[in-house]
Design a protein. Sequence first.
Lengths: 461, 372
Amino acid sequence: MTHLTHNPDLTSSVIYGLGWVYLLLFLMNAYWVRRSYAVDGNFRLSLGGILGKGEQIPVAAFWAVYAGLLLMLAVTHLTGANNPLQFSLKMPEILKEPINRASNPVAFFIGSTAIYVLMIVLRKWWTTPTAGWILLNLSILFLALSVTDYDFRQIVGKPDNVPIVAMLYIVGFFTWLYFKKSVDNDERIAAGRPLFEQENNEKVLTWPDLVYSELICMVLLTAVLIAWGIVLQAPLEEPASAAKTPNPSKAPWYFLGLQEMLVYFDPWMAGVVLPSVILVGLMAVPYIDFNKEGNGYYTFNQRKFAVSTFLFGFLPLWVAMIVLGTFLRGPNWNFFSPYEFWDVHKLELLNNINLSELFWIKGLGRPLPVVPPGATFAQQAPIILLREWLGLVGVAFYLVVLPNIMAATVFKKFYVRMGFLRYMVLANLMLMMMSLPIKMVLRWAVNLKYIVAIPEWFFNI
Amino acid sequence: MEEKKPSTADILAKIRAQKAAAAAAPVETPASVSETPATVAASESAPTAAAPPPASPTPAAVPGPKPSSTKDILAAIRAGGAKPAAAPVVNTPAAASAATVASTTSAAPTSAALGPKLSPQEMLQKMREAKGSAPPAAAPAAAVTKTTTPVAAPPMPAKPLPAGKAAKPAAVRRGMASFATVATVSALFLTLGYLLGNSFLIAVGALAWGALLTPFMAAWAAVAGISGIWTLGVARFMFPNVLVEPPSKFKVGPLSDYPLNTVSNKWKDQFGIWVVHTDQYEGRNMIFALASVCTHLGCTPNWLDGEQKFKCPCHGSGFYMTGINFEGPAPRPLERMGLRIAEDGMLEVNKSVKFQEEMGQWTDTTSYVEVV
């Protein structure tokens, strides 16, 4: 009677594995209790007057209670693994439901952008060790709880996707580290103290310091890779066939951002033009950047524009898109919530229309100008251009006029400092980057497919 | 960070001012320069007050110009033990005071008497010396005004010409020309002989070759011959003598195999087509063959019978039964293949032609079969 459901949320091995996760988390927090006792000091606890004036209690006490709970969780999981049907410690439906309902590409994009903004605004708070530790604990608890859901486990536990979970932690850690060091240096600059890099000059020698570290890293990495290769089997599939595309068909994980971009653009744009612009744009950065500050040390305040622009392109537009493509895109490239069954027949209404159709049919109530069959190029061109005039004008405005308007308004200082050519390169790179979120929003808001749609010439924007 | 690095404009202005100062100075030999280093230092820092002093006067004064050479860096390190690089320091009163010192001292000795113009070489020499005088200035703060005697670089001795290079006249390689002629002629003979099947011509060509044959030539000829054969062999790989494509024309059975408003997946695996029988396109009852290639990026869509649409698993493009795109990023409808009723009454697909709706080609009567 242990297999009443086809896809059980909990199995013995899952519970057992989670027991070890909680045990590990307990050990980590036991260490944290020690650290907290040494560092954090006391706070006054009065419990609303129950304790009178209150007692001085070390902050570590909170962590001790938390670690104790984790230990209990670990013991429960490790001892209760033999009866998964009776086991009730799993992701509650009350939590799953709102997450499932709130899950759609719009919420995901807005959410990731909001996290990006908060990350910058709250950088002083979240880079403290305690805040970092709290975030790490929350994320591990969320993962551990979510694993008790069958569908979540199927997606996140897939050997293909494990490195992406690891990547998320790595990206999170290094972003945290950057902001921590920057906040420190920014405070030093504001107070007129020397920079961290000057005060603690950690200059070491290449030999032996660097070479030894490299050797150790090499050995460790090799060990990790070997263990990984043994534990997680390569997810091989059936032999490839030109007539059969797996559903969903996913690019290698590092290209999933591009694949998500392809949903909103013509392949020529998202596959050739924009990736080239990204590469060339990154190469152009040293020539565009006129800010000589922040050279050789961590800082955010002195390089606000550069850092936030880069991080916007990297975090919400690249990493978050990889996460979206990996975990949340299912069969037929439909969007699925993390706790949702990947139904091949999930029906999503995505009827898209082009801007020209929006203008002529919906706006003017007239049919599109039609190219008569057998027309020559010279006869075709005026009709097509008339049909797409709004989109063409819009794109021209976006790439030609808008930079000038920005030069006169928001980017005035930049324009003065950079000169015409450099400024234009910068403005166009910025606008190209912003074209992705703009196109995404247009798709979601008005089901817009292409701003300029000339399939006759394979030209769609 | 109030002091910025000298811009190109600053540097140009500096050089111009230096030129002017040099022109104004009395006739100067290198020796006289070393005797009066003040003029040099002056001409260096005089032109613009905005231009930073040539070298950081104190070790703490940081954001000045970057030290130009290893020598400078070493000197700076010896002077103070601080990093010579332009490390950013917020409060550098030392730098500010040093700058003022430099500008006040530099203002004085600019007005020198007019003198003859210097040649470019002399100017270059002067500039080098001015640079050479910089590192000592970086040492103690007191030395800002009184520069220690700069070491005038001794002139480089003239480079001796490599022996024999100038003297030896270019050898005329007389052998080469005649060799080339004979080789061409014999190659001509060989080719002609081969083409005409004339063994006499071949023999003549071979003999001519034989006359030229030295071991050296033979070795090179062998190398050329073998690499030529290899190249040809590699080129041959580009034209494998197999035909992997399935036939472009094939029969897909009689009309009655395809009921109205159905999509047949029968030929998808083998030929990459769907056979569609529908009356939804312009209200006409017709059969046509659609290529199972998404017009977005070329994945193979699936026909979903429940939803009555083709759906691509890669980016979510959707097409109606008629092949018209309606959702996702696909910019144009699926492509039709040629279709006709063959002489034996079977439907015959012709994959060698395609018909694109956006080009107005679906009106072509070879792109569908009308059912009556």
